[in-house]
Design a protein around this ligand. Structure first.
Ligand code: SAM
Length: 239
């Protein structure tokens, strides 16, 4: 609260998050385009350029959902594991992979807070628009640290708070009024999208989130705001 935000209580997140993503899994990709005006594609492109996946690396795409980040890394020659707590989202991803002729991803249902992978398994850990839905963010960060090798990189793409003054008001109005309406029109689900807007508003601001990443043990942490911080890439190293 000292940072001017108050996280959504654990019980509410647990109750919501499963239902939200199971409910929208099949419409998830269309919704992203509708709500961001296609911009999520550019943010994800930029994110993967920062990650720079290389041949032979093992990469864990956590909260990977329907595979948007993983597909962008497919040509790198890296070994990719897509994990998500929601099997419905992974099923849609798997279907997309089959259509694209990608058969070398590992799809694994996992809770980011409690991974079944051994210590020091991965060269990079990515999480895009996922961490704000995790009930205990600190536990997910601790697990990210644990499963990374020494020299491993952590990357997170997430909504944050834009500091562009005029844009902030437009965006607030848009997200509170329009997003639930678009949710209703396309996915038939107003409530879930109201929750998603709220979860963005109540996510820790950039300095607080960067501090949490350092707290988990990562060093050389960096924040790269996009559109004034509407979206941000946080990164760090395990050394
Ligand atoms: N990364 C994908 C993308 O950028 O399109 C999907 C993002 S989607 C907004 C958020 C995902 O986080 C959902 O698929 C949801 O099931 C997943 N998720 C929520 N809580 C999780 C947890 N505790 N562990 C793993 N995944 C979780």
């Amino acid at each position: 609260a000292s940072f001017g935000y108050e996280e959504i209580p654990a019980e509410e997140k647990i109750a919501r998050v499963g239902a939200v993503f199971s409910g929208v899994a099949k419409k998830y990709d269309i919704m992203n385009d509708a709500m961001s005006g296609g911009m999520h594609r550019l943010w994800k492109d930029r994110f993967v350029r920062r990650v720079k996946p290389r041949g032979g690396e093992r990469i864990l795409d956590m909260a990977g959902g329907t595979g948007d980040i993983a597909f962008r890394m497919a040509d790198s020659g890296a070994e990719i594991t897509v994990s998500d707590i929601n099997q419905d989202m992974l099923d849609v991803g798997l279907e997309r992979a089959v259509k694209r002729g990608i058969d070398d991803f590992v799809w694994s249902c996992q809770n980011a807070e409690e991974l079944s992978f051994a210590d020091r398994s991965f060269d990079a850990y990515t999480i895009a628009f996922g961490i704000r839905n995790v009930t205990h963010i600190d536990r997910a960060l601790a697990e990210a640290y644990r499963v990374l090798k020494h020299g491993g990189r952590f990357f997170c793409l997430e909504f944050s708070t834009t500091e562009w003054p005029g844009f902030k008001d437009v965006y607030d109005a848009y997200s509170h009024r329009m997003v639930p309406r678009i949710g209703k029109a396309i996915a038939g689900d107003e409530d879930s999208y109201r929750y998603l807007v709220e979860s963005i508003r109540r996510f820790p601001p950039m300095p607080a989130f960067e501090a949490m990443i350092r707290e988990a043990g990562f060093t050389q942490t960096r924040v790269e705001p996009i559109m004034g911080g509407l979206v941000a890439i946080h990164s760090g190293w395990k050394i």
